[in-house]
Write a protein that binds this ligand. Structure first.
Ligand SMILES: Nc1ncnc2c1ncn2[C@@H]1O[C@H](COP(=O)(O)OP(=O)(O)OP(=O)(O)O)[C@@H](O)[C@H]1O
Length: 521
């Protein structure tokens, strides 16, 4: 190569290197810029979230101070007329436990309705009851104080009214923008949603506000209309998400949100739906409220991720899975093949044909089993109301109505009816097949013994459910009930079988455990 060529080549190399260098430099600059933009964006978002959280906390703090002073000064929402001694006794007798992560002092419970200074139209709705139930008494001060609250109390203890009264008060005290509801209550089953709606409507009507119920299995048109004028929406997750996705509902003003039967709502099947629903509601300034009778460890972390420093109000020792102590629990260990025959015998024992006040609720596990037993009972001349997934929504609604009204006094159901349903005068619950979890057992039998009444739960237990024997023995012990020898034979030491929703929730049995009394006014 000549010297001239060598110089040309070297120049070209230098120029290529220069270009490469320039390109590299530009790319570096671009990356840097993008990185900076990303960081700025993230910082901005974090700052905004922090500010929203701080505002909410400050607001709560101000309100807390105000309410604490108010209750102490006997001025605003609550006028405390109860003595220190009465309050101490109430807290002790009812085993009230309050855990407030943001304060070491507790807000006083409201022991009588006369202490609740709310709109007179709300007050009128108290007239049917003598005094707030323990969960109402202990949770109201926090709910009226805008705190996030987890309320855990036994079945039939008035949890619906506990969240509904502060909700209506919230409606009256916040601005309503047409088409944008202020309150959202989410429930796991259609029947429960309808029941909450029926109870809530009494408060809504009394205060001239609107509520509607949104659930699947029925046409959407009426629901779309109702949503437009409702302050409160009571909904099951599936239909609610449908309406959200088609743009028929705007939840951006929801500032008081309730998950009823919260542990069920946080189970795997519902978790994604709940996340979607929550992200459509008012961020930063939403009061989130969860009520339940059972609160397994496995859902607690998830719950707190949706809440802001929630105050936990527990009535009775509910860290252990416990049943309502007004229910007499009879457990009979039998061969699976004779279950059906035994059911007919039990019906002869418990059923009073013409007594609408003496209702029996029979639980099967699967809808096919329920349908088969229904046919067998009808063949024997029983008039049965049925609620299970094989029936249309309108059939389910009619059945429940007939049972509630006493037109039929036997109902056969699957676990869709296990939670929350408040049916007067259910004297007996028969578990033809044991449920999948010990929590479901507590909810099922909780359909009796409600609002201070007593009831009987008769359970047929077979070796197919023996992995649940330990959990069941614990529940029986916890409520001072007889534990049959045959059940003990299955072993009081439960196999830690993980459930997809609850995880390994079974506890070892403590045979020495004594039940403590829960008072219901
Ligand atoms: N303060 C009160 N005094 C007496 N009864 C009440 C009071 N508040 C509510 N009740 C009644 O108690 C019954 C049970 O209430 P509710 O259905 O709210 O129970 P729950 O705690 O939600 O039960 P579950 O855990 O099974 O869902 C209802 O009939 C309700 O009208």
């Amino acid at each position: 190569m000549s010297a001239e060529e060598e110089i040309k080549k070297s120049k070209k190399r230098t120029s290529d290197d220069g270009l490469k260098e320039e390109k590299k430099h530009k790319k570096h600059k671009k990356d840097k810029k993008e990185k900076k933009e990303k960081k700025d964006k993230k910082d901005k978002k974090d700052k905004k979230e922090k500010k929203e959280k701080k505002d909410k906390k400050d607001k709560k703090h101000d309100d807390t101070e105000e309410t604490e002073t108010k209750s102490k000064d006997s001025k605003s929402v609550f006028t405390s007329s109860s003595s220190e001694a009465d309050i101490k006794k109430f807290l002790k007798d009812n085993e009230v436990e309050i855990k407030d992560p943001s304060s070491s002092s507790q807000l006083q419970p409201v022991l009588s309705f006369s202490e609740v200074n709310v709109d007179s139209r709300i007050q009128k709705c108290f007239s049917g009851f003598k005094a707030p139930t323990p969960i109402q008494a202990a949770s109201w001060p926090y709910l009226f104080n805008d705190n996030d609250v987890i309320g855990v109390a036994e079945t039939g203890s008035g949890k619906t009214f506990a969240f509904a009264v502060p909700a209506i008060n919230h409606v009256l005290n916040t601005k309503y923008n047409k088409g944008k509801p202020q309150i959202l209550v989410v429930s796991p089953t259609r029947e429960l949603a309808i029941q909450i709606y029926d109870n809530y409507k009494i408060l809504a009507d009394a205060t001239n506000t609107h509520c509607c119920c949104v659930y699947g299995g029925v046409p959407k048109d009426q629901q779309r209309q109702d949503i437009k004028i409702s302050n409160t929406i009571i909904a099951t997750p599936g239909r609610l998400i449908d309406l959200l996705e088609e743009g028929s509902i705007d939840l951006s003003d929801v500032s008081y949100l309730v998950l009823d039967e919260a542990d069920r709502m946080l189970e795997k099947g519902f978790e994604e739906d709940i996340k979607k629903i929550l992200s459509s509601t008012k961020t930063g300034n939403r009061q989130t409220v969860m009520f339940t009778a059972t609160w397994p460890e496995e859902v607690r972390k998830l719950a707190s991720s949706f809440m802001n420093e929630p105050v936990k109000v527990t009535i009775g020792n509910r860290d252990e899975l416990t049943a309502n102590k007004r229910i007499t629990q009879i457990v009979e260990v039998i061969d699976p093949d004779v279950k059906e025959r035994r059911l007919f015998e039990l019906l002869k024992q418990y059923h009073k044909r013409d007594d609408p006040e003496n209702k029996i609720l029979i639980f099967a596990l699967y809808k096919k089993e329920a349908a088969r037993i229904e046919r067998a009972l009808v063949r024997r001349g029983y008039q049965i109301a049925s609620v299970h997934g094989d029936l249309s929504q309108s059939q389910r609604t009619v059945s429940l109505k007939e049972f509630k009204e006493g037109k039929k006094n036997i109902m056969l159901a699957t676990d869709v009816a296990a939670r929350g349903l408040d049916i007067p005068n259910v004297k007996t619950v028969i578990n033809l097949t044991f449920p999948l979890t010990a929590e479901d057992y507590v909810h099922r039998i909780g359909r009796t013994g409600r609002a201070g009444k007593t009831g009987v739960a008769h359970t047929l237990f077979t070796d197919q459910e023996k992995h649940l024997s330990g959990a069941l023995i614990n529940i029986l012990n916890g409520a001072n009930q007889a534990v049959p020898e045959e059940l003990l034979k299955f072993g009081s030491h439960t196999k830690k079988k993980a459930h997809s929703a609850y995880g390994a929730f079974f506890k070892d049995v403590d045979m020495s455990k004594k039940a403590t009394k829960i008072k219901f006014d």
